[in-house]
Structure formats: C-alpha cells, structure tokens
Design a protein around this ligand. Structure first.
Ligand code: GLY
Length: 229
C-alpha cells in the first residue's frame, strides 16, 4: 500500500470530503501508514499538519520520529518522499501488548541499533533487560522507547536531511535492504532484515579488524535473545 496509487486514493478522499489547509491528518498504524500519511500531508495543498500515532514498536522508535516520509516506486524503496516533521508523536505502549511476536522482535532490532550507534550505556542496559522487553513489561518498554526516541531526536536535530551523521541511523540497512530485495519484500519484516544486516555489518567489521570477536558475539547474543531470525 506504500505507493503513489494508494496515495492518489487518499488525495481523492481528502478533496471529496473538502479537507483544507488547516486540516490535520492522523497516522494510526505502523510504518506503512505513517509514511503514507506523512507524505500525503507533505503534498496535500502544498503541506498540511499531521500527527503520528504509531502502533508497532518499530514505528514508535524509528519511522514515526524524524520526519522522513516516503512511498515506494517499482524501481526502489522510499524513492519518492519528503522531509516533513509531524506536529506530534503519540506512542502508547499498551498497544504493544497485542503486537505479534515477530513485529515486537523487529522493533527491538531498531532499539538495539541506538545502543550500537551512539549509546553504550543503553546497550549495557539492553543486555541486562532484554528478557523484560521480550516479556513486554510496560516499564521496560517505556524506558527503551523513550531512550530510543531521545537518541534519534539528537541525531535528527544535528542532521535533519541526512548529509552526514543521520546515516548512522541506517546501521545494518545496506545489508538488510539486500535481504529484503532478494526476498521480494515478502518473507521478512523490515526489522528482521535490519537485525540480520546489523549482524552482517558487525561480522564484516570483525573481518576488517575494526571490532573484536567478543564484541561481535555480544551483538549477536543480544539480537538472538529478541527472537529475531
Ligand atoms: N530510519 C532512518 C532515519 O530516519 O533516518
């Protein structure tokens, strides 16, 4: 659904129902809904407000924050889009209680990413609390989501349009996108591919002599404990 065709249908609905410049769109759902709504809000009448209400862990810690909005093209993922910041992001952890286990693990891959790219203390905390997160303890989830969003906000504030440091938020995504593309975006969830991609990146770093075998094993262990494939 994350394509121009769906977006065109949304535009028709907005126009037929006389939405205008002062309207505000609300994205209630996961990353696909957030991206589609965000990019539609960026384009409708040259840009209206929107609010993100992410209902997956991955959307709560990554895609709903930072203003990247896009739809896919047959020739590439997220190839048509805009930087358009939401007026607000409302992340209710209680919705995660009914999230399928695969979706939860997929979101945890992006949570782990923040520890690896810039927050070693958070990485230590994750290593001690990963079972609480997998068990969906609300307090642990709240802490992990808040800390993830804080880390993302700091990076985005420094480099909103990704001319530099924001690219660190794509850790593991190059390998991950290869997995997603190779599997035709069907078998694996985005976070699952990112989890494997981060492991591949860590492994490559180890082979290049930039990471010790011990650190690589720690990263693997943390990822495995989430239930990621
Ligand atoms: N998901 C990566 C970014 O927002 O830059």
């Amino acid at each position: 659904h994350k394509n121009l065709e769906t977006m065109n249908g949304l535009m028709t609905d907005l126009l037929q129902n006389r939405f205008g410049r002062t309207s505000c769109m609300v994205a209630l759902g996961g990353g696909v809904v957030g991206d589609l709504t965000g990019f539609s809000a960026a384009c409708f009448q040259r840009g209206i407000k929107f609010i993100q209400v992410p209902t997956t862990l991955l959307a709560q810690v990554d895609s709903s924050v930072g203003g990247k909005t896009a739809v896919n093209h047959a020739l590439g993922k997220n190839m048509i889009g805009a930087f358009h910041q939401p007026a607000g992001v409302i992340a209710d952890v209680s919705v995660l209680q009914t999230l399928p286990a695969r979706e939860l693990a997929s979101g945890l891959a992006e949570v782990i990413k923040y520890g690896l790219i810039r927050d070693p203390d958070f990485n230590d905390w994750l290593e001690s609390n990963i079972t609480r997160l997998v068990a969906r303890e609300p307090e642990a989830l709240e802490y992990a989501i808040e800390r993830s969003c804080f880390n993302k906000a700091v990076v985005v504030a420094e480099d909103e349009t990704e001319t530099g440091i924001r690219a660190t938020l794509n850790l593991g995504h190059t390998f991950g996108h290869a997995v997603e593309t190779g599997l035709n975006y069907k078998l694996w969830l985005h976070g699952e591919a990112v989890g494997l991609g981060m492991l591949m990146a860590a492994h490559m770093s180890m082979l290049c002599g930039w990471l010790t075998a011990d650190t690589c094993a720690r990263i693997r262990s943390l990822l495995v404990q989430t239930g990621l494939p």
